[in-house]
Design a binder for this molecule. Sequence first.
Ligand code: G3H
Length: 521
Amino acid sequence: MRPQLQQVEHRSYLINGELVEWNGATQDVFSTLNGAASGYAKTRLGSIPDLGEKEALEALDAALEAYDQGKGAWPTMKVKDRINCMLAFVEQMKTKREEVVQLLMWEIIKNKADAYKEFDRTVEYIYDTIEAYKDLDRASGQFEKNSGVYAHIRRAPLGVVLCLGPYNYPLNETFSLLIPAIIMGNTTLFKPAKHGVLLITPLLDAFKECFPKGVVNILFGRGRSIASPIMKTGKVDALAIIGHSSSANALQELHPKSNRLRTVYGLEAKNPGIILPDADLDLTVSECISGTLSYNGQRCTALKILYVHEHIRARFLEAFCAAVDALGFGEPWDENAWLTPLPEPNKVDYIQELIDDALAKGAKIMNEKGGQRYDNFIWPAVLYPVTREMRVYQEEQFGPVIPVVSFEDFDTPLNDMATSDYGQQVSVFGRDPNQLAHLIDVLVNLVCRVNLNSACQRGPDIYPFTGRKDSGQATLSVHDALRSFSIRSFLAFKENEVNKETVKDILDADQSNFLNTDFIF
Ligand code: G3H
């Protein structure tokens, strides 16, 4: 049953450690969840401040001041003190679980189990990041010596980081950028995604209370009114985006000196599933269902095209289509709601366009329910045979439609992947060790993760998450993200008595937060 909706009229934003009250223009936030009772109108969830260039630049000034060209309290703080701030934050965050999850369900229409999973996974990500940072710090708390030169090498912050996340994981993916950026000593600016914005509001107090002023600045409004003016100043040192390469390119090009800009991107993908003649049918169907249709296919890691060997095509399509049509559909809080309505208002029409284009060019809908429309949902259509001329082959659909290509020659999927603009992951289904060995050796050079008899996915978050070509830049595991948001910097000294004594004196005085050999338990 639909829970009672508590509209959120949010009127503040976080700048320089203050929740500033906003009396200006606001933006309404809607959910596409609707129903007969509302005459099938959109459901209003509340509103947020519609901030502009002035507030964006004020937030940038706050972040610059807190960084203070590397002299600020946060970038020079002891690692263990920054960790304590993060621990305090995550403790407060945990108290907001219910509020955030309810808003996740209303705003981005993620089913209940996945909404809780997103919250819990984010909390776990923060704890894992803290542990990884302790490991990094312990490993750095020593001296190296080479060619008569000693070195004490640590990772230092980059400066001011602008973080922008996507609507499909508005909490988890955004925090997978923000949390490592903060803990490494950077100061940050953050604007939530267009869909999935109210769910950030319960966390503003925790950000305000747990971090020194100016370390985290949170803005609401449109990307082009907020992120664009910030980038144009050239004062941002790192741009972190999980989203589309078109936004990443547009924003990075605004920076007047792009050579100074570190970019950390998780971008779009068209991950293929390659189904070999001897694939285990039940396992393959089950993994392809979760790969193509978890959260209705709205995942950058989703399987977005299936290459099925001619030898197994008929059996696979029959079993797969039956499994697609047997999935449960409902609102996020309904039991068995595996598929849910889509949060973007025009998405169903877009998916319909892809289907119509494919049908006009010779594909068929292979499953009975495929293409049936409900309020703001379209039943996943399994399209076969798909060819390179079709839009559904070329575009990242990011939604419920599944193109299927058949092949006989193993070079077909390999050549298609080599000429594709994307290079994130692939799934290969099969058993023959000779075929698999050959494929694995080539596939690892085309993408960054080859999943064997398993759907593509980002997790576990300790594994590297990255992509080639238009699919990403830099790497985002718990371990790698700490490195992506920092740079190695070190104290070096030639071996002589003066230096040895001086360094020993600095260590004994215990005044430097960088030059120390403390062990953080
Ligand atoms: O949208 C892209 C996400 O990184 C996917 O993460 O594989 O855990 O769903 P996931």
